[in-house]
Ligand binder design. Sequence first.
Ligand code: GAL
Length: 635
Amino acid sequence: MHWPKGVDGLSYGGDYNPEQWPEETWDDDVMLMREAGVNLVSVGVFSWARLEPRPGEYDFGWLDTVLGKLHAGGIGVNLATPTASPPPWFTLAHPDALNTRPDGVRQVHGSRDTYDVCAPAYREASRAIAATLAERYADHPALAMWHVHNEYGSATYSAHAEQAFRLWLQAKYETIDALNDAWWGSFWSQHYSEWEQILAPRATQYLANPAHELDFKRFTSDAMLEHYKEQRDLLRAANPDVPITTNFVFGQWVPVDPWKWASEVDLVAFDSYPSAPDERAEQQSALHADLSRSWAGGGDWLLMEQAAASLHSHDGAIAKAPGRMARHSMIHISRGSKGAMFFQWRAGRGGAEQWHSALLPHAGKHTRMFREVAEFGNTLPGIAHTVADPVETDVAILWSPDSWWATAGKHLPAPVDYLENVAQIHRVLRDRGVIADFVAPEGDLSKYTTVIAPTTYVLSQAGAENLRWFTAGGGRLVASYLTGAVDENCQVWLDGYLGGMTDLFGIRVTEHLPQPAGEPRALWNFGAAERFCELVELRGAQCVTQYASGDVIENQPAVTVNPFGEGEAWYVSCKLVDEAWDRLFEELKLSGPGRPGLDVVDRGPWRFIINHTEKEEQVGNVIVPAGSWAVDKKR
Ligand code: GAL
């Protein structure tokens, strides 16, 4: 039960908000959806105030009508529980259920996501609205899937959170002394003598305790997961045949550990909003897709949201060129998504997202955008049979939420951009035509021949043992700087860092030597390092290349390799530039059929080719026009 019930082939559609529009538009919507090849829409995502205008007083009339019309039109419904936006009456009645920022300011309603997952009143109200929806719609013929909440991620530092955090800590550490040990409590007089003294890591005078902050992120992920599971269980009890999901959002600020969550959803769903203004947007899309597939254990997942017409660059939206929406969708589909969904179906007339692009623009169906949307949507049924086989690869990159969160700390030896380091490996591999999976440091590595650990800063004993076992058994491990610098409590791995695995790597890292920004350090015959370098002492490993210059590091090992058991462990003691990683992957003979600007993904007998370049490209016998894509039999 992993797939929207009753929706054949690939899903195509998006968030549909009929409650924002007069009833006269609804028939038009269904007609145009059919014209565009839409077969699944997400309904009700933020509609709590319209479903329950006053406490306990429901208005389901509009939803009944909409679901009826969609069903008659053959369009499946991904029905949301509306808990990401509690109504104004609720927050006025329960101000303590609003979320509190780290600076202690309690937010007010007026936007969305103003909720506190730890507030009892919010939990109760969430269960009540989910149960009411379940009772009414669980057997509705239009219901294809449940969409719980929206993009969990809004953390809260409230008194409720604090209380729940203490209980979470008690369950984890059992004694206050164990917590003090784990958090290195003697530093700056942070030793606690009672659980009640522990606060949420709100704004404090200077640097906060990194172990405290990391535990709070983990706690928040678990607290949100509890909120999700309460709703899921109610929905499941009402009809066990309807799959249940929630849409993951991506960002360092998001306190959700997808490895823990993935097993609790029937289908991993992901919202992909690339932010790069250039061709890195394709790179980001591929990264999102490979992460999502990996969270889904290599199986199907669903791209739940993307923007039809623009990229979400940090400097504002940038229009997607014709065909780019389809290419982005195909990046996801080729890498495991069973469809392409969008935010949103009809562009909003008012409200904060009135300028967000949509499948159906403000100007209506006689637009370039809608024509493109309909053309792509009507192509999908013809390729649905090509996605039956899994995406296969024997290369994995470690994805460590703990490392992402912990490297946000301002106290590191030098700033570390964990996501960029992961993305860099993924980018260089993609340009070499290699598809990579992601795996948790403690995850199952058995199907991989090469595992790359980019700056896996937090490495637990279990993670370290996993990597040791992988390498001893014949795997090729490649780790980059700061990997295994600290353990799961953010305490330094003594005597050489590396998660205590100095024997595995055949080296000790003895010093961190950050270099001035903008002054790259050349490596002999190997490109260069930027910003972060480490001093490495050989203890049996072979030196692959050395630093050509730099105080202390000149002529010291920069990249090393050590045979271990049946395998070998490579270590990169610096932040390499892309060309240097490319050089290293050349050495490791990692390459595939794709090339820069050209995604090639093989699945069973089928080959997906996506040409992002401005010229025609040929792969085997297949010619793909500029800016276009093809699926063909592998020959
Ligand atoms: C998503 C969200 C949608 C919409 C979209 C705009 O993060 O789930 O509701 O706000 O962003 O890009």
